[in-house]
Ligand binder design. Structure first.
Ligand code: ZN
Length: 153
C-alpha cells in the first residue's frame, strides 16, 4: 500500500490524540444538554453553597437530556444514569423546567422519594406555584438532599 495513503489517517489520529491529551480532565459529571446547562449549574451551585456532597453520585451519571418522555410523564430517570426532561417543559416556564430538573436530580443523585408539596411532590406543580414558593421549596429540597447524601449511590 502507498505510504502516503497511510500517512493521512495516521496524522489525523495523532492530532486527535494530541487534542484528547491536552483537553482538561472531565471532572464535571454527566453530559448535559446545553439548554439545561444553566439550570444544572444553578443546582450544583446550590449544593455547593449548602455544603452537600453530591460529587460521587453525580459523577456516576451519564447524561441530563432534553428528550420526549413517555406519555403521561414530563420527566424521568432512566436506568439511574440518565435524567430525561421533556422539551414541553421549556414552554411551561422556567420554574416548571427548574422544578422538574431539581426533582429528577433528587431521585438520581440523592435517591429521594416523593414527599411534601414542593420540588419532590409526585406531580408537576403549576408554574406560578413554583415561582411564588421557589425559595421555600428550594430550602426544603436542599435540607432533604443534605440528610440523604450518604444514601446517594
Ligand atoms: Zn418523581
Amino acid at each position: 500500500m502507498n505510504k502516503r495513503l497511510l500517512l493521512i489517517p495516521a496524522l489525523g489520529f495523532a492530532i486527535m490524540l494530541a487534542h484528547l491529551l491536552s483537553a482538561p480532565a472531565k471532572d464535571h459529571g454527566p453530559w448535559v444538554d446545553p439548554l439545561l446547562e444553566p439550570l444544572v449549574d444553578e443546582c450544583i451551585q446550590d449544593m455547593d453553597r449548602a455544603g452537600i456532597a453530591y460529587q460521587r453520585a453525580w459523577h456516576r451519571m451519564d447524561s441530563v437530556l432534553l428528550r420526549p418522555s413517555p406519555p403521561g410523564t414530563v420527566a424521568h430517570v432512566k436506568g439511574r444514569r440518565h435524567v430525561v426532561i421533556d422539551p414541553s417543559l421549556v414552554e411551561k416556564g422556567p420554574y416548571s423546567l427548574r422544578g422538574a430538573l431539581y426533582h429528577e436530580l433528587g431521585h438520581a443523585v440523592f435517591n429521594l422519594s416523593h414527599h411534601g408539596n414542593g420540588i419532590m411532590h409526585a406531580g408537576l406543580l403549576k408554574e406560578a406555584d413554583y415561582a411564588h414558593h421557589w425559595e421555600t421549596y428550594r430550602q426544603q429540597y436542599l435540607r432533604t438532599c443534605g440528610w440523604n447524601r450518604h444514601e446517594a449511590w
